[in-house]
Design a protein around this ligand. Structure first.
Ligand code: HEM
Length: 186
């Protein structure tokens, strides 16, 4: 997994739980890297899973909730770090429906060794977006948090439901369905 994900995660931990929390979880995990990441490096994604577990034990917060919160934190960071990916986008559904063909395709050009998930768009109409996440990594909570972060970045709201699908070829599959809130009219 690219170092940017690790450096951003540790930034979030430092901001929310303090620098001591960062030092403690790194020490507790006994990582091969010693917790020294650079944004362009590539590291074993299991180190992130260990760091999340250590943070969960320290804070008493469930690991899936921490990963989701990280996704919410990460989205606006992506908007700051990669502004050109946002230049021509008009809204959250448009942005999300282009992750596979546009956003992650550009990410792959920047980082040819990136191990990106796959997103299939099953339905995209103005009120509804249905997308299926497939990955050998089990980071559906990260996807969920990024989806939430994307909606709030564009100032939009939608109901998000999640359906776990059977694994395929050892990869996790999760369907996310987003429905815009309908405002009642008199
Ligand atoms: C500007 C927006 C985005 C950028 C620049 C971006 C970039 C990246 C990068 C660099 C990685 C790490 C790849 C690796 O470690 O090898 C990644 C992974 C990931 N991205 Fe994106 N991403 C963006 C938006 C999104 C959105 C909106 C979603 C969710 C719908 C998403 C879902 C994920 C997930 C779940 C992973 C973890 C890897 C996995 O599950 O297999 N990304 N992304």
């Amino acid at each position: 997994m690219k170092g940017i994900v690790f450096t951003e995660f540790l930034e979030m931990v430092s901001g929310r739980f303090g620098e001591d929390a960062v030092d403690d979880i790194i020490e507790e995990c006994e990582l091969a890297t010693g917790g020294a990441y650079t944004s362009v490096g590539t590291y074993d994604h299991r180190e992130l899973v260990s760091l999340v577990q250590a943070l969960s034990s320290r804070t008493g917060l469930p690991a899936p909730a921490l990963v989701r919160a990280f996704g919410v934190y990460l989205f606006p960071r992506f908007a700051t770090l990669y502004p050109r990916f946002f230049e021509s986008t008009t809204g959250a559904f448009e942005f999300l429906s282009g992750i596979e063909q546009v956003i992650h395709a550009e990410v792959r050009k920047l980082y040819p060794d990136a191990e990106l998930p796959r997103f299939e768009i099953e339905r995209h109409i103005s009120s509804e977006l249905q997308m299926v996440y497939t990955s050998k990594h089990r980071f559906a909570e990260l996807a969920e948090g990024l989806i939430e972060g994307c909606l709030s970045h564009f100032g939009e709201t939608a109901n998000i439901t999640r359906e776990n699908l059977p694994d395929s070829d050892g990869a996790t599959r999760v369907r996310f369905s987003l429905r815009r809130h309908v405002t009642a009219t008199a």
